[in-house]
Design a protein around this ligand. Sequence first.
Ligand code: NAD
Ligand code: IPM
Ligand code: MN
Length: 354
Amino acid sequence: MNTYEIAAIPGDGIGVDVTVEARKVLDRAAELFDFRLQWTEFDWSCERYTQTGRMMPEDGIDQLARFDGILLGAVGFPGVPDHVSLWGLLIPVRRAFAQYVNLRPVRLLPGTTSVLSGRGADELEMVIVRENSEGEYSAIGGRHNTGQPSEFVLQESVFTRVGVERIIRYAFELARTRGGRVCSATKSNGLIHSMPYWDEIFAEVAAEYPEVHSEQCHVDALAARMVQHPDRLDVVVASNLFGDILSDLAAAVTGGLGMAPSGNINPPGEHPSMFEAVHGSAPDIAGKGIANPVAQVLAAAMMLEHLGETVAAQAVNAAVEKVLAEGAVATPDLGGTSTTEELGSAITEALRAG
Ligand code: NAD
Ligand code: IPM
Ligand code: MN
């Protein structure tokens, strides 16, 4: 029987509630599909920061290195500045483990209350391939606080050839296995160094994949297209910041942040990959027990897929679809009155082998 060592970092706010439900679903999947999950839970969070001055211990990365996968809830909560909490946990993990792909599949699931509800799932099936290790997310820059009206800050972006080329190549390889189309999102009309450089590398890599349809889009126009004609998109490749923004937008048009999973992938498999919902800790609903656990359950299914438990992953996806389609158990964001726990249990009970 295959055994997988999994690190769970529930983190902050609703991250804790949805991770409990995702673990419940995965434990049931392990029973049904004959594999073992060995969980180790870490209390790394803003609460821990308040007590110890650190989001994770100094050797936190070393502690995570031995795991087959990481399931992360959400990081960040009022009381600790976001740049402190996120740069103290989430971003260092992504970078230390070279999780340079942030894979964010977007599907129209049944039972959604989105602007697209009423349309079929076949009308929207895309994936955002977000660069996850460099770009606009950079600590390079500085404040020039002079107290004068002329004061300013500088925030640098870093686009390396290796970094840009590998994410674009990943997008093309992925496109080959699915719809055969890649759209690259840039803003070369406004950002005159980084984005034209990205476009050049995109054109170079595209030339190696003549069978894949490629196009370059301005990210602003793409945002509009994602709402009005999402059916014309398949693989969308974007820089760290643009991919971040586009993934919340895509989540919104497919039923909200409660529905959108993501994987921080280290493609060579030399380091653990990390799975999490696209959403954050949702302080506005934290502690109320009403967060939608679907995004985190789907992220957990991505982890199963990544571990090679493909049949179990498909069964988890099918269980989610069944419960959403029936509509009897739904959290408030889906128009219902159920709790996080009730929706998690309904998915667990809907899980079937074979
Ligand atoms: P958010 O995603 O936490 O919340 C945005 C809105 O979506 C809120 O109204 C929230 O209630 C709703 N929402 C999100 N997830 C939901 C769910 N599962 N069910 C129902 N409603 C849901 O974004 P934010 O408010 O900008 O960020 C809150 C905190 O989370 C910040 O500290 C931020 O930095 C952090 N954050 C962390 C991650 C991460 O750990 N990967 C991701 C995004 C934001
Ligand atoms: C996400 C989040 C993070 C990001 C933040 C919290 C740093 O928004 O995972 O989408 O932008 O990467
Ligand atoms: Mn985000």
